[in-house]
Ligand binder design. Structure first.
Ligand code: ATP
Ligand code: MG
Length: 436
C-alpha cells in the first residue's frame, strides 16, 4: 500500500465543479442542447488531446495561445501532443478526416473542457469549458445571422441580461493583406510608442496589436487606419446584408472596428458578446467566419463560421444576477430501522421506483438510530419521510410523515404510500407545465 502523506490538491486554475454547482451547469447545458437541436445542430465529440501541429497550424504560431498558453508535452512515443486550448481546430480536423465537410452543409456543436496556461483569476482558468457551434458549407450572411440569432435566443432562454453584441468585418484575405501593410507603416512611424508585445507582433501579427489591452497603447490604436475603410466590395456587401438581417430581427449591435482576429484564414464577420459585469474578463462569447481554415488544414475549400462561449463566464454572470435554478429535492426519504427492515426496505424502494418513473427517493444507507435517520431525512429536503421499522414490517405497513408543512405521522399500506407519492409527482408536473 502507498504511504500516507500530505493531502494532494488540484492543479492551480483547474476547478472542481461541486455538487452545489452542478445544477446550474446541467440546466445551462440542457438549455443549450435543446436550443441547438431546434436549429438543426448536431453534437460532435472530439478527443481532448491532439497533435501539437494541429494547433500550431490552425491557431497560428504568433498568437498568445500558441506562444505561451498551451499544455504541450511529449508522450511515451516522443510525439508532441497538446491538450486542446479550443475546439474549432479539432472539429475541423475531425470533419476533414471523416469526410463531413466537402460539398456538404454541416451544423455542428460541442461542449467540453479546454486548457490554457494563463494566469488564473476570476473568469480566467487553466481548465475551462466552452460550448462551440460551427457551421460549414455556407458562404452567405444568412448563416452568420443564424448563429447570432441563436446565441441571442440562448441569452433569452437563460434569462441573461446585460450582454451586448459587437460586430466587425475583416474583409477578404487580400483586402486585409493590403490593410495590414498600411497598418504596419502607421505603427512603424510611431514605433517609440509601441510596447514590447506590439514590437514583437509588428511584423508577425500586426492586426493583433489592435486588440491590445494595454491602456498606454489605446490612443495610438484609436488613431490607427481602420480596416472598415479597406473592405473589398464583396465583403462590404456581405457585411451590409448581415447587418440588415440583424436589424430586421431587432438585434442591437455596435460596430467595433477594433474587433479583430489576426489570422490569415479568418475573413469577413467577427463578433463578440460582451458584458461590463465581469470586470476585465468581459467576453462571454466570441466567433466569426473562417473560410480559409478547412483548406489550410488540408481539406477542400469550405466556407465556415462559428463561435465559442465560455461556460464559466456565463455562469458567473447568471450567478451575479441571482438567476440560478434550485436543485430538485427528493420526493421522499426512506427511514429504515432494524436488521430485517433494512434489506426489506431497499427492495420496497425498488418496487416504488418501478411504479413511479421520475421518483426521487433517498434510501437510508449506513445505518443510524431512528432519530439520526430522521435528521438526515429532514436535511435532504425531502417532502415526505417513509418509515419502515420492525413493527411496520410485521404489520405489512409503512409510516409516513410530511416533512414540509402540516400533517401528522400515520400508517399506510404500500399502495397508499404509492398514491401519496404519485400525487406529489403529479403536482410537480402541473407546476412545471404552469411555469412554461
Ligand atoms: P480573452 O480575450 O478573454 O483571453 P480569448 O480571445 O482568448 O478571450 P477565445 O479563444 O475567443 O477567447 O474563447 C472564446 C471564449 O472562451 C471567451 O470569450 C471566453 O468566454 C472563454 N475563455 C477563453 N479563455 C478562457 C479562460 N482561460 N478561462 C475561462 N474562459 C475562457
Ligand atoms: Mg485569451
Amino acid at each position: 500500500m502507498a504511504k500516507k502523506g500530505k493531502s494532494i490538491q488540484a492543479i492551480r486554475g483547474m476547478n472542481d465543479i461541486l455538487p452545489e454547482q452542478t445544477p446550474v451547469w446541467q440546466w445551462l447545458e440542457g438549455t443549450v442542447r435543446e436550443l441547438l437541436q431546434g436549429y438543426g445542430y448536431r453534437e460532435i465529440r472530439m478527443p481532448v488531446l491532439e497533435k501539437t501541429e494541429l494547433f500550431k497550424r490552425s491557431i497560428g504560431e504568433v498568437t498568445d495561445i500558441v506562444e505561451k498558453e498551451m499544455y504541450t508535452f511529449e508522450d511515451r512515443n516522443g510525439d508532441s501532443l497538446t491538450l486542446r486550448p479550443e475546439g474549432t481546430a479539432g472539429c475541423v480536423r475531425a470533419g476533414i478526416e471523416h469526410g463531413l465537410l466537402y460539398n456538404q452543409i454541416q451544423r455542428l456543436w460541442y461542449l467540453g473542457p479546454m486548457f490554457r496556461h494563463e494566469r488564473p483569476q476570476k473568469g480566467r482558468y487553466r481548465q475551462f469549458h466552452q460550448i462551440g457551434v460551427e457551421a460549414f458549407g455556407m458562404p452567405g450572411p444568412d448563416i452568420d445571422a443564424e448563429l447570432i440569432l441563436l446565441s441571442a435566443r440562448l441569452w433569452r432562454a437563460l434569462g441573461l441580461e446585460g450582454v451586448r453584441l459587437e460586430l466587425n468585418s475583416l474583409g477578404s484575405p487580400e483586402a486585409r493583406a493590403a490593410y495590414r501593410q498600411r497598418l504596419v507603416d502607421y505603427l512603424q512611424a510611431h514605433r517609440e510608442q509601441l510596447d514590447e508585445d506590439s514590437l514583437r507582433r509588428l511584423h508577425s501579427n500586426p492586426l493583433r496589436i489592435l486588440d491590445s489591452k494595454n491602456p498606454e497603447m489605446q490612443a495610438l490604436i484609436e488613431a490607427a487606419p481602420q480596416l472598415a475603410e479597406h473592405l473589398d466590395a464583396a465583403s462590404q456587401e456581405h457585411f451590409e446584408q448581415l447587418r440588415a438581417r440583424l436589424d430586421m430581427a431587432g438585434i442591437d449591435y455596435r460596430i467595433n472596428p477594433r474587433l479583430v482576429r489576426g489570422l490569415d484564414y479568418y475573413s469577413r464577420t467577427v463578433f463578440e458578446w460582451v458584458t461590463d459585469r465581469l470586470g476585465a474578463q468581459g467576453t462571454v462569447c466570441a466567433g466569426g467566419r473562417y473560410d480559409g481554415l478547412v483548406e489550410y488544414l488540408g481539406g477542400r475549400p469550405t466556407p465556415a463560421v462559428g463561435f465559442a462561449l465560455g461556460i464559466e463566464r456565463l455562469i458567473a454572470l447568471l450567478e451575479a444576477q441571482g438567476a440560478t435554478p434550485p436543485a430538485p429535492a427528493p420526493h421522499a426519504y426512506l427511514v429504515l430501522v432494524g436488521d430485517q427492515a433494512q434489506p426489506a426496505g431497499q427492495v420496497l424502494a425498488e418496487r416504488l421506483r418501478d411504479a413511479l418513473p421520475g421518483l426521487r427517493l433517498l434510501v437510508n444507507c449506513g445505518g443510524g438510530s431512528f432519530k439520526g435517520q430522521f435528521k438526515r431525512a429532514d436535511r435532504s429536503g425531502a417532502a415526505l419521510a417513509l418509515i419502515l421499522g420492525e413493527d411496520e414490517l410485521a404489520a405489512g405497513l409503512l409510516a409516513i410523515k410530511p416533512l414540509r408543512g402540516e400533517g401528522e405521522q400515520c400508517h399506510v399500506t404500500e399502495q397508499e404510500a404509492l398514491d401519496r407519492l404519485r400525487s406529489l409527482l403529479d403536482a410537480e408536473q402541473q407546476n412545471l407545465l404552469g411555469a412554461r
